[in-house]
Design a protein around this ligand. Structure first.
Ligand SMILES: Nc1ncnc2c1ncn2[C@@H]1O[C@H](COP(=O)(O)OP(=O)(O)O)[C@@H](O)[C@H]1O
Ligand SMILES: [Mg+2]
Length: 284
């Protein structure tokens, strides 16, 4: 059996004349949580749309590169076939069916999924275990839920398709910190139950806590990639994505006043340079 890993290789995407991704590669090994960081317009959503084959609904096309999941090419499939293959996207901004009930939103998520009615009933049970509020509110209109509850519903709806890989687009966006933390916990829980996750987040602190590895996109290209703990320790990520500024801008003194290696940014790993760079850089 082929491991259910996602391999995105040198994918370039355009919206008409607008180049949104430039030879982007990212791997999600089976069972992993991989984070995609980057500012507004960096191409994070575009990357997820390329994987889920929903680009064309937004006027986008893949110019070159390949995307495989579990050894099978996804490029060429329809969005429904991608779902049936086990890859399901939770879109940016939740996009629940506001006028439908919570229960019907979940039912919609099971359409086109693998397995029959029994599988759907089991999936709903698991979703209710994960998000009890969705059982409590089953007969309410989705539009009446809070932002956090709508995010839970969007994730629950995706889980109804019993994905092997979940594509999550900014699940914490617009949520209060406590709710964002709760969503993060459920991502961990979903992953612990065997679903891999490709997690797009502007909240780098949350993402790097959850992920084993991460890529940073800048203007449609991979600027940094590596293990999450190394990225979290890198000066550039701390400054630009975690909002952490050290006391000594020249990098010669740590925040506690202790001397660091001259020329090595505080927080970066100084050894065993220069032969083994901490982060692989494809472009600056
Ligand atoms: N439907 C679209 N049509 C044209 N350009 C788009 C469309 N969606 C996104 N873009 C452009 O593609 C780039 C990447 O956007 P996006 O993937 O949404 O970034 P992110 O999710 O990182 O904020 C941006 O320059 C954005 O303006
Ligand atoms: Mg986006």
């Amino acid at each position: 059996m082929t491991a259910a890993s996602l391999e995105v290789r040198e994918v370039s995407v355009g919206y008409g004349p607008v180049r949104a991704l430039n030879a982007v590669s990212v791997d999600v090994p089976e069972g992993a949580v991989v984070a995609v960081l980057g500012g507004n317009g960096a191409g994070k959503t575009t990357l997820l749309r390329a994987v889920s084959r929903t680009l064309r609904f937004h006027g986008g096309t893949i110019g070159s590169g390949s995307i495989t999941f579990a050894g099978r090419r996804l490029d060429g499939l329809t969005p429904a076939e991608v779902v049936a293959a086990g890859v399901v996207q939770v879109p940016e901004g939740r996009q629940v069916f506001a006028r439908m009930t919570v229960a019907d939103n979940l039912r919609a998520g099971a359409l086109g999924a693998r397995g029959g009615r029994r599988a759907a009933a089991e999936a709903r049970e698991r979703v209710h275990e994960l998000f009890p509020v969705l059982a409590d509110r089953a007969h309410q209109r989705a539009g009446l839920l809070s932002g956090g509850e709508q995010q839970m519903l969007a994730m629950g709806r995706a889980l109804m398709a019993r994905p092997r890989l979940l594509l999550l687009d900014e699940p914490s966006l617009g949520l209060a910190p406590l709710m964002a933390d709760r969503i993060a916990e459920t991502v961990r829980e979903i992953n612990a139950r065997g679903t891999s996750v490709l997690l797009v987040e502007q909240n780098a602190a949350i993402a790097l806590r959850l992920a084993s590895s991460a890529v940073v996109l800048e203007v449609g290209a991979v600027a940094l990639a590596g293990p999450a703990d190394e990225l979290a320790a890198s000066d550039e990520v701390r400054r630009r994505y975690l909002g952490i500024t050290d006391d000594a801008p020249d990098g010669t003194t740590g925040p506690d006043g202790t001397a660091a290696t001259p020329g090595v940014p505080v927080g970066a790993v100084a050894e065993p340079a220069p032969t083994a760079p901490v982060l692989r850089r494809w472009s600056a």
